[in-house]
Design a protein around this ligand. Structure first.
Ligand code: GAR
Length: 188
């Protein structure tokens, strides 16, 4: 049995999609969903989906080993960041080498780094009149959005597309590809 844990900071629509994708798979289990926001919509989704969830604060993530120890206890095969906005502390990267995977809503290395998340990314893509954007699935290292790239998938942007249209296109790509890429990583 492979164990996945998920980290999310907001809506959690990717979390829900990943849960649905693996729900009939007897070889993969979603152990817990971690969130750093006590009012994140992802918590409502977890309740509805009957998935265990855990809210944590800055102290337990950065200052002491609370979250690290919980993760060591779970011993996950993969830690998936699905819309998680805090920087991953070095101790986590060191303890779970090549096991932490992030999805970024643009074609890295463009539109990455601190502050580049969610609509900020799509607004910047629109402001620069890009003709394409996409998603990047990558391993996490000590620096924001700089770990080894696992997969990138592109989509076209028309001049009429608003940042909201771009966000929708990106979410569609994420729903289609992220769970499949997770399954591929899990099976080597
Ligand atoms: C997703 O588009 C994900 O790529 C992005 O946040 C969104 C979360 O949506 N992640 C980042 O921007 C990370 N820098 P969701 O909560 O509906 O899954």
């Amino acid at each position: 049995m492979k164990r996945i844990v998920l980290f999310a900071s907001g809506s959690g629509s990717n979390v829900e999609n990943i849960v649905h994708y693996f729900q009939d798979n007897s070889e993969v289990t979603i152990a817990t969903v971690f969130t750093n926001k006590s009012d994140a919509k992802v918590l409502e989704r977890c309740n509805r989906l009957k998935i265990s969830s855990l809210y944590f604060n800055k102290t337990s993530f950065y200052d002491n080993d609370c979250i690290l120890d919980i993760l060591k206890g779970i011993n996950p095969d993969l830690i998936i960041l699905a819309g998680f906005l805090w920087k991953i502390p070095e101790k986590l990267v060191k303890n779970f080498p090549n096991k932490i995977v992030n999805i970024h809503p643009a074609l890295l290395p463009k539109y990455g780094g601190k502050g580049m998340y969610g609509m900020n990314v799509h607004n910047a893509v629109k402001d620069n009149n890009e003709q394409e954007t996409g998603i990047t699935i990558h391993f996490v290292n000590e620096n924001y959005d700089e770990g080894a790239i696992i997969s990138q998938i592109k989509t076209k942007i028309t001049p009429e597309d608003t940042p909201e249209d771009i966000a929708k296109k990106i979410h569609e790509l994420e729903y289609e590809h992220f769970p499949k890429v997770i399954a591929q990583i899990l099976h080597g």
